[in-house]
Write a protein that binds this ligand. Structure first.
Ligand code: NAP
Length: 352
């Protein structure tokens, strides 16, 4: 049986994404073959295509951090899961495909009746948001939070889960995202026209308890200025390194991953040394998942339960067929996308 997947065989712009048709993968011992129903599109996918994300695989590779699909075939020795079950996974790369084979332990059951596009929006973005809120920041009801990029994938997840946690929330966004931020319970701050540090001081007096900063670079130090004494900045991304879906560093065709460890070490040390008892806390979903896979499963199950109970409703910016992966990444790289772009299986063949 043939299937299609998207591959990157040179690091670079969106034009490097190509759809290939090839033999469907067979599950090896301990693996399960999953028919992918929905794959998420995220900035880390774009950064891997550019070759700058710390997790960038060697070439050629198939992008796609997260997926929801149907268990379709079991490899030798696999038990405790049945065909037809809907599951979610965070393979980190490989999800832009019609079929993938994954170790059984990577799969988390998805409750019946949930929309696959909404469910896939939870795997990377909502688990990231949930773990930052509850493990990195340990938020309590009534605390104040500043969320950068609040209309984006992770930002809108932070707003929804922050509302469930009872936070008072401020969210930076461009003018295009202001209505979405208000709808999700945040007070929008236009990062292109306003100084967010001044705005937070004006509105709160002494600052916020926590800032979620996925923008990175020198922006983190400005975020620290928006904190009240004893607060913390959770640092988790480098959105500032990409514009227009193009190469950030200008060195096309090579893998030149950012080295986060020295940057994070300096950030943590700087946070402690400067006055004000303000901490900088780095977060990485992949580090946490590798160190504590059970916690990842528990947290993904917790957000899937919130979805089933209709306590959260992911913002889906666009639903596109898998073959439009290039367009999806162009859109995300250009900015102004509210919520998550999802690639859906297009049943051109009706393959089972
Ligand atoms: N550490 C982890 O485990 C982890 C996990 C997931 C994601 N991430 C990181 O999280 C970041 C966000 O990912 P995403 O998928 O949510 O991206 P996204 O959906 O593209 O959202 C990014 C948002 O940031 C906004 N933005 C851009 N520049 C800004 C600025 N200077 N100030 C405030 N907002 C700004 C954009 O708004 P406009 O487009 O309107 O300008 C956009 O809404 C990325 O750096 C990604 O690598 C990290």
């Amino acid at each position: 049986m043939l299937h299609r997947r998207v591959i990157v065989d040179h690091y670079g712009g969106p034009e490097e994404l190509r759809v290939v048709e090839e033999e469907c993968p067979e599950p090896q011992e301990g693996e399960v073959r999953v028919r992918v129903l929905a794959a998420g599109v995220s900035l880390p996918d774009v950064m891997m295509r550019e070759g700058i994300h710390p997790e960038t695989p060697t070439l050629p590779f198939t992008p796609g951090w997260d997926l929801v699909g149907v268990v379709e075939r079991l490899g030798a020795g696999v038990s405790g899961i049945e065909t037809g079950r809907i599951v979610a996974a965070l393979p980190i790369h490989g999800a832009y495909a019609e079929y993938v084979c994954l170790p059984k332990d990577e799969l988390v059951p998805v409750p019946a009746g949930v929309d696959p596009a909404e469910a896939v929006s939870l795997v990377l973005n909502y688990v990231t948001a949930y773990q930052m809120l509850h493990h990195s920041a340990k938020v309590r009801p009534g605390q104040r939070a500043l969320i950068h990029g609040a209309a984006g994938g992770v930002g809108s997840a932070l707003l929804q889960l922050g509302r469930v946690a009872g936070l008072e929330m401020y969210g930076t966004c461009s003018a295009r995202g202001a209505a979405a931020v208000s709808d999700l319970g945040g007070i929008p701050i236009d990062y292109q026209k306003q100084d967010f540090v001044e705005e937070i001081r004006r509105r709160t007096g002494d600052g916020v308890d926590v800032v979620f900063d996925g923008i990175g670079g020198s922006h983190m130090w400005r975020s620290r200025k928006a904190l009240r004494r004893g607060g913390r900045v959770v640092v988790y991304g480098l959105t500032s390194s990409l514009r227009g879906g193009r190469l950030a560093s200008g060195r096309g065709g090579q893998r030149h991953r950012f080295h986060f460890l020295p940057v994070y070490a300096l950030t943590i040390a700087g946070g402690w040394l400067l006055p004000g008892r303000k901490r900088m806390v780095p977060y990485s979903i992949q580090w946490l998942k590798r160190r504590n896979p059970d916690r990842f499963r528990q947290d993904l199950t917790a957000v899937l339960d919130l979805l089933q109970q209709q306590k959260i409703k992911p913002l889906i910016a666009q639903r596109l067929p898998l073959a439009d992966a290039r367009r999806a990444q162009e859109l995300l790289g250009q900015g102004g996308v509210n919520g998550k772009i999802v690639l859906l299986r297009d049943d051109r063949s009706g393959a089972a």
